[in-house]
Design a protein around this ligand. Structure first.
Ligand SMILES: [Zn+2]
Ligand SMILES: [Zn+2]
Length: 495
């Protein structure tokens, strides 16, 4: 096929203005220079970070989670060919700095300082992407909310043909951050216990990472029942839904302790993005355990020094400690064997023009992960057919998305399993799902009536006495509004 490597391409893009707004407009994207690749984006995940980027210094092409097809490659790029499916990663390693040389490419100093002024490192050539005749920056030097992105080759990992960009795009942020934090940072071992605060895009991947690591106890914590339902399907063994008025978290902490013989979990993760919750994992972790803030929460939080007692480690990992060449092939393998779920993470799909709705659904807690189908046809066709569909062979502006994608695509079927199993004789907030047979769950009475009573005491009144909770585990907006998480009321989670 012809790559038209010398053509400037017109591309739709979502452009943030720095004041909280965005517009969809046409940008110009240069052909790739040395070491660069121009990618036709097929699908892009929507993160809370993208919403935050509306107020980053603008204008800015948004989007940092994405997958697509190589459109053309610049000089000196090896191992990537036009038409090849690729995954984009946003912690682009230079391969040369102190951190890259010390095995921590996700902390590359040319991406995250102190060496961000170094020419030709993690970003494509200056002025290579333009809006209204002026150079424009791209989120994380990617800008995946666009038909085309001009990036460094180091930002790309070849994607197996069998993994379609939707939902494989999620591997580039939410999955890597969650699963990577479990394996690379906490190093969860078989048989250990894990608690996860917040079951959004990252939290759900902490859950399934913990399952992959062989954790025996995986406690998912969220105010939104639908999220807990997804967490259960991805491997959570216990579900906790804190009360809105449990402000000091005393009841939540007591519940977690009760599930771990009064000791606390081996690894406690915060994945809400709420600064006020950033230190809470310290109070859920056992002595000598790990507390991890994996949401990238910003802002002020307070902590009692005694929360660190004793020998607890507090970690704030970036991008799950990603080493692209090591971690992405491992994730691809797990997806191909079915051990890692991607499709069930996606609750909504939108065209690029549906970004406002995607943000609204995310902020309201309606969506697990929303995906923008930038090139909806290409995302569902084999690579050969996708080349034509993505407009790779033409320099003209890409076609508008098909009319059938003018509205969010239908929701997936309601979560299977007939609800959360919150019925008489079990603890509604503590369903004990997926507990190994050898480990009787509290829900089955394995730990005694006193604890069941204590946990039931924390239930929101609406849930008490229900024999079925199916109505609240769908994405029904009214149900979500009723149980809107305080995690949603403050600063939004990062992913
Ligand atoms: Zn580096
Ligand atoms: Zn993200």
């Amino acid at each position: 096929m012809s790559t038209h490597a010398s053509d400037i391409i017109q591309s739709r893009a979502a452009i943030a203005d720095g004041a909280g707004n965005f517009t969809i407009d046409v940008i110009e994207v240069d052909p790739p220079g040395p070491g660069e690749v121009r990618v036709a984006i097929a699908a892009a995940g929507v993160c809370h970070t993208d919403h935050a980027s509306l107020r980053w210094p603008g204008p800015l092409v948004m989007g940092h989670e994405g997958a697509g097809f190589v459109e053309s490659v610049g000089e000196g790029v090896h191992g990537l060919r036009p038409g090849q499916p690729v995954l984009l990663n946003w912690a682009i390693p230079c391969g040369e700095c102190f951190q890259c040389g010390h095995g921590a490419p996700s902390l590359c100093e040319r991406t995250h300082g102190p060496d961000t002024t170094h020419a030709g490192s993690s970003r494509a050539h200056a002025g290579g992407t333009r809006w209204r005749g002026q150079a424009i920056e791209r989120a994380f030097h990617l800008g995946t909310f666009a038909d085309y992105a001009l990036v460094r080759a180091e930002a790309l990992t070849p994607l197996p043909d069998r993994l379609p960009p939707d939902p494989a795009c999620l591997l580039g942020c939410a999955v890597m951050t969650g699963v990577g934090s479990v394996f690379n940072v906490a190093r969860v071992a078989p048989g250990e216990s894990v608690a996860v605060l917040g079951c959004g895009g990252v939290g759900l991947n902490v859950v399934q990472g913990a399952r992959l690591a062989g954790a025996a106890t995986i406690i998912a914590i969220d105010r939104v029942a639908a999220r807990l339902g997804r967490a259960r399907e991805l491997g959570a063994t216990h579900l906790l839904q804190p009360r809105e008025d449990d402000n000091a978290h005393a009841e939540l902490i007591a519940d977690v302790l009760a599930l771990t013989d009064g000791r606390g979990v081996d690894h406690a993760f915060e994945a809400t993005g709420v600064p006020a919750l950033a230190f809470l994992p310290l109070r859920l972790a056992r002595n000598g355990g790990n507390a991890l803030q994996v949401s990238g929460a910003h802002g002020a939080g307070s902590v009692e020094l005694t929360d660190f007692f004793w020998n607890k480690r507090y970690l704030a990992p970036l991008y799950g400690g990603c080493v692209p060449a090591r971690d992405f092939p491992r994730l691809f393998g797990w997806v191909e064997t079915g051990e890692l779920q991607l499709a069930s993470l996606v609750s909504h799909r939108y065209p690029l023009e549906g970004l406002a709705q995607a943000f609204a659904d995310m902020l309201a807690g309606h969506s697990a992960k929303g995906v923008l189908r930038i090139a909806p046809i290409a995302a569902t066709l084999p690579v050969g057919a996708a080349e034509a569909a993505t407009g790779i062979s033409a320099a003209a502006p890409p076609a508008a998305p098909a009319a059938t994608h003018a509205a969010p695509l239908p929701l997936p079927p309601p979560l299977s399993g007939g609800g959360l199993g919150w019925g008489p004789g079990s603890s509604p907030r503590n369903a004990g799902a997926h507990a190994p047979p050898s480990q009787p769950s509290p829900a089955s009475g394995g730990r005694g009536q006193a604890q069941s009573a204590a946990i039931r005491r924390l239930l929101p009144p609406l849930l008490l006495g229900r024999t079925s909770h199916a109505a609240s585990v769908t994405d029904d907006p009214s149900a979500t509004r009723a149980w809107r998480s305080p995690f949603d009321k403050e600063r939004m989670p990062t992913t």
